[in-house]
Ligand binder design. Structure first.
Ligand code: MN
Length: 720
């Protein structure tokens, strides 16, 4: 176990200004909180956060990151609270500990490729600060180093799989090669011990064959030749990791036979110029293997990796891979992002090149944010436009930000969305319009009888959910019209003593009504565009009354003739009518613009318009097929006057009739007809027709009349 003073010494080596008191307090606090807890190995639990802190110092991380490593399991595994951590260690450390705690609560469960990528994104999305991710990687590294202490094989396998699928690629992505390789190698041993063993055996065989001596002589010769060109170099011969050999064997489907399959040489020289110079020397001495030269110095990898790569037929005819780099590039390759932490000489200013992958993702250009600013803020706000949620099985679903359980359900499966009645998030029932957050586990409750609600469209954000809900609503409307049309048609047929038989409605028959099939015909009837009676007459022409002519066309023609006779050709400002159909205003209720109205198709007379509350409508209750859903055109100012009919009761006193006509005249009304309906000793009941503009005009007149003492009662006529 690292001692308290050792930890401080390690940090001091790269940060002389470290707050020793802070580190000591975090050390003591974590030790106290974990107390007598032990690990699977039997060690004190505290040894784990301490080792993680040690790994952080190897990466030369700042004191906040080291403290976070010490404290990273206290909130999850001890009585410590975030509030306390904040009080004792400040905002920054509290935020970092919170980040690591949250990250540790999510568990990867699926081995699918796409799932793994989503999960890596989730981890990045949740690592609001890059130090959170680094602590998490160090945590995982130490857990992998001690993996063999865990008894349950399934648990070891799960952790190893998660490591190889998620954490090793993340370490690679931020360029921490050293951690990536170690994670992979341990996980590989757990997941495929036979493969690892066979590679080890082969490596040992090659070594025994004198491989080691060969490596030494290659290093010696390279060093000598490069030195002769006046370049000082360090040359390392390095066995490739078992996992990378394995992957290469899988990828190329080959067995490894040659030294070049297992060894790589690194030539480390002072600066970039010498990198190219050394490359020139090597290429001048040995034949190159075509297609193997890569210049990652002028074109770094997206994780910031820089080096020159080449393969040559080197000393003693061994095919060897050589990487040429500066010490700085070497450190970057091993430590990635961490290599650029702020304790480097010269204040750690970097040109930001190493963060290209981050920059690309964050689209810094768009946000006009400089790489330096990014480093200062240490923000890692990736995938901020997405949320990642889990199914109960542990599958990860990526959704746009603002997504709700309905979006989630549709993303899992269309039919799941359709049948959704409720949702549980992290075990709690929540409203369906709740916005999901990263890491939510969402359980959808369904019912067979449930159908998509049009209301959902107001809060869903995914295109899939929207399209599905809309389609359903349209389809439902269609079905309703169809059922209604069928009911109307059945009714007419029954009245006339026939049975409804769909076979009668051949496609030819349907074409006669400008529809393609029975369904469309029924929808036409249900939506009021086709008369069910007309369908009946077409089916049984002998039932059609002889006089007057009964086709819709002839109805229209008759009506048009009448209209022309009256000299009225201006179209009525009414919508919902069949074009060209003749119109009449009912004499019973005298509809006015502004009234709610319905049309009744009158045999041979076109359409008669009634107010919706007209008592006459009761007599059409049994023939719904004659009803037309119509309305006044809005904002249409009819130049014509309309007749409004009033039923008035006035006192039988001298001058009362004069008062009545004065009130109407003053309000711009014009009496066209007046009839005394009932006359008693004290009161007269009268029916008065008045020319008005619209229903509001008539209402104004009625209001004025009601304010007149002589007039006892006044109402609009609603019946014959
Ligand atoms: Mn831990």
């Amino acid at each position: 176990m690292i001692r308290q003073y050792e930890l401080i010494e390690r940090i001091k080596a790269y940060d002389p200004d470290v707050d020793e008191d802070l580190i000591n307090r975090a050390y003591v606090y974590a030790m106290k909180m974990h107390g007598a807890q032990t690990r699977a190995s039997g060690d004190l639990y505290f040894s784990h956060p301490l080792e993680v802190a040690g790994i952080m110092t190897e990466m030369k991380m700042d004191q906040a990151a080291v403290c976070t490593a010490l404290l990273h399991d206290t909130v999850e595994d001890t009585l410590a609270t975030l509030d306390e951590i904040k009080r004792l260690f400040g905002d920054e450390i509290c935020r970092l500990v919170d980040g690591v705690t949250k990250l540790s609560r999510i568990e990867f469960q699926s081995a699918q490729e796409k799932q793994a990528e989503n999960f890596r994104k989730l981890v990045l999305a949740m690592s609001s600060d890059i130090r959170v991710l680094l602590v998490k990687l160090a945590d995982r590294l130490h857990n992998m180093r001690t993996l063999h202490h865990i008894d349950k094989p399934e648990k070891r396998k799960r952790i190893a799989l998660e490591t190889i699928e998620i954490y090793a690629p993340l370490a690679e992505r931020i360029g921490i090669h050293r951690i990536k390789e170690e994670l992979e190698d341990i996980a590989f041993g757990e997941l495929n011990p036979e493969a690892r063993e066979s590679i080890l055996t082969r490596l040992n065989f090659l070594r025994a064959e004198g491989g080691e001596a060969v490596v030494e002589s290659i290093i010696g010769e390279l060093k000598k030749k490069i030195g002769e060109a006046g370049i000082k170099s360090d040359i390392l011969g390095r066995e490739k990791t078992r996992y990378s050999i394995w992957k290469k064997m899988q990828r190329k489907n080959i067995a490894f036979e040659q030294l070049s399959d297992i060894m790589a040489f690194r030539v480390i020289v002072a600066d970039i110029q010498e990198c190219y110079h050394a490359l020139g020397v090597i290429h001048g001495l040995y034949p190159t293997v075509p297609g193997r030269f890569k210049d990652y110095i002028s074109l770094p990898k997206s994780n910031g990796y820089r080096s020159l790569h080449t393969t040559v037929i080197g000393p003693e005819n061994h095919r060897i891979e050589i990487q040429i780099r500066t010490p700085e590039m070497h450190e970057e390759a091993e430590l990635g992002v961490a290599a650029h932490w702020s304790y480097k000489e010269g204040g750690g200013k970097t040109d930001g090149r190493q963060y290209r992958w981050l920059r690309e993702l964050m689209d810094i250009v768009e946000h006009a944010q400089k790489p330096e600013e990014f480093l200062e803020n240490t923000k890692l706000e990736l995938y901020q436009d997405q949320v990642f949620c889990f199914t109960p099985n542990g599958d990860l679903i990526a959704l746009p930000r603002g997504a709700t359980p309905i979006d989630f359900a549709y993303a899992v499966h269309s039919t799941l969305g359709d049948k959704t009645v409720g949702a549980k998030v992290n075990g709690r029932i929540i409203p369906l319009n709740t916005q999901l957050v990263n890491g939510d586990q969402v359980e959808i409750t369904t019912s067979k009888s449930q159908t998509p609600s049009p209301n959902w469209e107001r809060f869903v954000v995914t295109g899939k959910a929207k399209a599905r809900i809309r389609r359903f609503v349209r389809q439902q409307q269609h079905e309703e019209y169809m059922n209604l049309g069928k009911a109307m048609l059945q009714k007419v047929l029954k009245q006339e003593g026939y049975d409804y038989n769909e076979k009668n409605f051949t496609s030819d028959f349907c074409h006669g009504f400008k529809t393609n099939n029975v369904d469309e015909l029924l929808v036409g009837i249900g939506s009021g565009h086709i008369s069910s009676r007309e369908v009946f007459y077409t089916l049984h022409p002998d039932h059609r009354p002889k006089e007057p002519p009964q086709t819709i066309q002839s109805m229209i023609e008759t009506a048009e003739k009448k209209t022309h006779q009256k000299g009225k050709s201006a179209p009525m400002p009414i919508k919902g009518l069949i074009p060209g159909m003749a119109l009449h205003f009912a004499r019973c209720c005298h509809p006015l613009p502004g009234d709610r109205i319905v049309g009744i198709v009158m045999t041979g007379k076109g359409v008669t318009i009634h107010t919706i509350d007209c008592e006459t409508l009761e007599s059409f209750a049994d023939t719904p097929e004659r009803w037309l859903d119509i309305a006044w055109e809005e904002g249409e100012d009819s130049p014509e006057s309309h007749v409004g009919r009033l039923i008035v009761t006035i006192a039988n006193t001298p001058g009362s009739l004069g008062t009545l006509s004065t009130v109407i005249g003053k309000n711009g009304g014009n009496i066209t007809n007046l009839k005394i309906v009932n006359r008693s000793l004290d009161f007269w009941d009268m029916m008065i027709d008045v020319y008005v503009r619209d229903s509001k005009h008539l209402s104004d007149i009625i209001a004025s009349m009601r304010a007149t003492p002589e007039i006892t009662a006044v109402n609009r006529a609603r019946s014959r």
